[in-house]
Design a protein around this ligand. Structure first.
Ligand code: SAH
Length: 247
């Protein structure tokens, strides 16, 4: 069985420290003692480690580990999801599931059809989103935590320079499938993993002006099939298509 992975809050060359909920769990629930072995993620790298010291405090607990040897890590899928901000509870579900499926980065964007009050609340919500992916990364034993960008207007991201293949999911697209574009990108990248950026619209879909903007900036439109999916289904389905090709 793969061992649970802890994610270090602080580290230096030879040691790593867990604090907060992770330290509490390790110290109180697992009754960690010096000498206990554990796998710990330090800045995206996984190490086999041994507990060096446990401090149980009423205010703050801490577990310090000695790093013994680096383990081979499994890289994230080279995919960035550009996700229009919509209902937070559904978005948060996507954050969790996308992390499990290996997403590397998520860029929340404000689209035309993002509800106004959600657009206004998004910035404050980003910290919570980062906590959610942190938890999900731990749970799914990822060695890295997906990067959650600060929410911003769609236009900035659409126009940003990119060396990656940029794909916009659109239910109006009838001919090009996501699978075909992923295959094309994989062939073009030959030995290397292709890097992809995939945009998913909000509940109401992309506005026509946004579709034109994607098109004018070199994004390729892709379909996930003839049925209209909710944004969260589209996100998960898209990652599954990519994972089946690249993982
Ligand atoms: N405008 C739609 C709903 C949009 S679905 C309506 O009729 O209500 C939300 C987002 O999911 C879309 O913007 C698109 O990015 C993605 N999506 C949903 N179904 C899709 C499909 N069949 N192919 C590609 N993308 C899809």
């Amino acid at each position: 069985m793969t061992r649970r992975r802890w994610i270090a809050e602080h580290w230096d060359e030879a040691t790593a420290t867990l604090q907060g909920a992770q330290a509490e769990h390790m110290a109180r629930v697992l009754r960690a003692q010096p000498g206990m072995e554990a796998d710990v993620v330090v800045s995206g790298r996984v190490f086999h480690a041994e507990v060096a010291a446990v401090r149980l405090g009423r205010e703050a607990s801490e577990v310090r580990l000695n790093l013994l040897a680096e383990l081979e890590a499994d890289p994230a899928l080279p995919v960035t999801l550009v996700m229009a901000v919509y209902k937070f509870d559904r978005m948060e579900w996507v954050l969790e599931k996308a992390t499990e499926l290996g997403v590397a980065e998520i860029v929340p964007v404000i689209a035309r059809r993002t509800e106004k009050h959600l657009a206004e609340a998004a910035e404050k919500r980003a910290e919570r989103w980062r906590r959610i992916v942190h938890e999900a990364a731990k749970q799914s034993r990822r060695s890295d935590v997906p990067l959650i960008h600060d929410p911003g207007p769609l236009i900035g991201r659409v126009k940003a320079e990119a060396i990656r293949t940029r794909i916009v999911l659109a239910e109006q697209e009838q001919t090009t499938t996501l699978r075909a574009l992923v295959e094309e990108a994989a062939e073009a990248a030959s030995e290397e993993m292709p890097t992809l950026e995939i945009a998913i619209g909000p509940e109401g879909g992309w506005a026509p002006a946004e579709e034109a903007l994607f098109d004018a900036n070199g994004w390729k439109a892709a379909s996930l099939g003839p049925r209209i999916l909710r944004a969260e289904t589209a996100a998960i389905a898209a990652l599954a298509v990519v994972a089946s090709w690249l993982d």
